[in-house]
Design a protein around this ligand. Structure first.
Ligand SMILES: Nc1ncnc2c1ncn2[C@@H]1O[C@H](COP(=O)(O)OP(=O)(O)OP(=O)(O)O)[C@@H](O)[C@H]1O
Length: 360
């Protein structure tokens, strides 16, 4: 997809910004606190319904304003002109897609495929499992039509089962929800396992470009219960006594996780912080590449402050491989990185200062 227009009102320090990105590399420079990340957050908000720095109600709306709004126009993989707008008060939202009200944020997010890498992204490797589940489910949401209905069934059954566990029901009352949870959960896990199996060779390629010294990267899926030993229905039954005591469901795909292992790293030897970042970037770019293989178009690639995260050689490698694929990239930096020459020359440069954006 190619973003052609982004209008932002009242998002953090951005009072009223009109951004017109072009195909290829768009460089956005600006000093600390100027508003570069806020611009990335606006794109991310349309693609995910949330910012990578937290929820809308946690300070995304400009101080003193009742709501933020973001409007985007883009061209999809078939060359069709698309548009979407979102207005958010922190509590309520209003979304429009191609001129009509969108029934839910999910419909809007399904249309705009965005992958982001920002300073917090190394949490994908070093942080809690919720980051890795979100990563997994983003891809499935975009490439697997079966995913959303199954995920919704699972989430509903889990909510009901947890509510019953908290009330301390007679164990028989759990049976129908266990059945539903097991049925949706098995499907969800199969989709996740299949996706990771498809992603693995792509990741081995991207990680091999960035960290060849660590040997081939592999992905290990941790489904959230001992899936190789018994079905989820049995795991739920086995955990029932404990779940009744604890008041929540302790096994299942809501506890799923995955990890990256390198053949050249013996045992559980830890990655350095830089290696964690490069591994996280390799995962994000592998996901974008795999999306392109499935959908025939690249997602929009947002790279916030990448130059402060990577050394020059890795920066060149990362940008080179993404741009060679024809992806549209939004890159922010406090100053233009010296390596942006030749085939890495930005197609357009923008500058943000105190929430104002100018071209060139
Ligand atoms: N709700 C808000 N209302 C108004 N201004 C805000 C709000 N939240 C944050 N800001 C301001 O917006 C700016 C945020 O800028 P942003 O994080 O986009 O900067 P940046 O250019 O990415 O900076 P850095 O290089 O330091 O990461 C800061 O100056 C901050 O004080």
């Amino acid at each position: 997809m190619r973003l052609t227009r982004l209008d932002i009102q009242n998002l953090r320090c951005l009072a009223d910004v009109e951004f017109r990105p072009v195909p290829g590399l768009n460089l956005v420079t600006g000093g600390n606190g100027a508003g570069k990340t806020s611009l990335m957050e606006a794109v991310h908000l349309l693609g995910y319904g949330r910012s990578f720095r937290g929820r809308v109600r946690d300070g995304l709306i400009r101080s003193g304003q009742p709501a933020l709004s973001v409007y985007a126009e883009w061209q999809d993989g078939q060359g069709r002109a698309r548009r979407a707008g979102l207005r958010h008060t922190g509590g309520d939202w209003e979304a429009r897609l191609d001129g009509a009200p969108a029934p839910s944020l999910t419909e809007l997010c399904a249309e705009l495929a965005v992958v982001s890498f920002e300073p917090g992204s190394h949490e994908l490797i070093a942080g809690g499992s919720e980051h890795r589940r979100r990563f997994l489910d983003w891809a499935l949401f975009h490439v697997e039509p079966e995913f959303l209905p199954v995920w919704r069934r699972y989430a509903r059954a889990l909510k009901q089962r947890n509510a019953l566990l908290k009330r301390g029901p007679s164990p028989g009352a759990l049976d129908p929800w266990d059945q539903e949870l097991a049925s949706a959960g098995e499907q969800l896990s199969s989709l996740r396992a299949d996706y990771l199996a498809r992603l693995e060779p792509v990741l081995a390629g991207t990680a091999g470009e960035f960290l060849p010294e660590l040997g081939r990267a592999g992905l290990q899926f941790l489904p959230g219960w001992r899936r190789a030993e018994h079905p989820l229905a049995d795991a739920l039954l086995l955990a029932r006594e404990r779940d009744l005591v604890q008041g929540y469901t302790s096994v299942g795909p809501h506890r799923a996780d995955w990890r990256v292992d390198y053949l050249g790293l013996p045992g559980r030897e830890a990655l350095s912080r830089g290696q964690e970042k490069l591994t996280a970037l390799a995962c994000v770019l592998a996901q974008a590449r795999s999306f392109a293989a499935d959908r025939g178009e690249w997602p929009l690639v947002c790279l916030d402050d990448l130059a402060s995260e990577l050394d020059q050689a890795h920066l060149r490698q990362a940008l080179g491989s993404v741009l060679a694929s024809g992806a549209q990239v939004l890159l922010t930096a406090t100053e233009a990185p010296a390596i942006l020459t030749g085939e890495l020359l930005p197609a357009a440069t923008f500058h943000v200062e105190r929430g104002q954006l100018r071209t060139g």
